[in-house]
Design a protein around this ligand. Structure first.
Ligand SMILES: [Ca+2]
Ligand SMILES: [Ca+2]
Length: 98
């Protein structure tokens, strides 16, 4: 039973990591504009596309700290939704803490 619990814990942890988090933000990047994931000085569709590609696993990012648009130290699909909401002006500032 103990062994079963250990295996189950590992499986659940693995699934959570796979579903919930593409990357934990560890970089100590002190100067960045939240949302400007491609470091071009603007926040726009190019940033959203870059972030979506990163979350899909097909591209790395120029600026990981800027990609964490809800400042929860994890870059995942939620950050793409927040960046999209910012671009269409549904929210007015980043990082979004709502
Ligand atoms: Ca940009
Ligand atoms: Ca995040």
């Amino acid at each position: 039973m103990q062994k079963f619990k250990k295996i189950l814990t590992c499986v659940v942890a693995g699934m959570c990591m796979f579903i919930g988090a593409n990357s934990v933000v560890t970089a100590a990047n002190t100067e960045f504009v939240c949302g400007d994931v491609n470091n071009d000085g603007n926040i726009g569709m190019a940033d959203l596309i870059a972030l979506e590609k990163y979350v899909a696993g097909s591209q790395e990012l120029e600026n990981y700290a800027a990609a964490d648009t809800n400042d929860n130290k994890v870059i995942d699909i939620i950050d793409t939704w927040i960046l999209q909401a910012y671009i269409i002006e549904s929210i007015s500032s980043l990082p979004y803490k709502g």
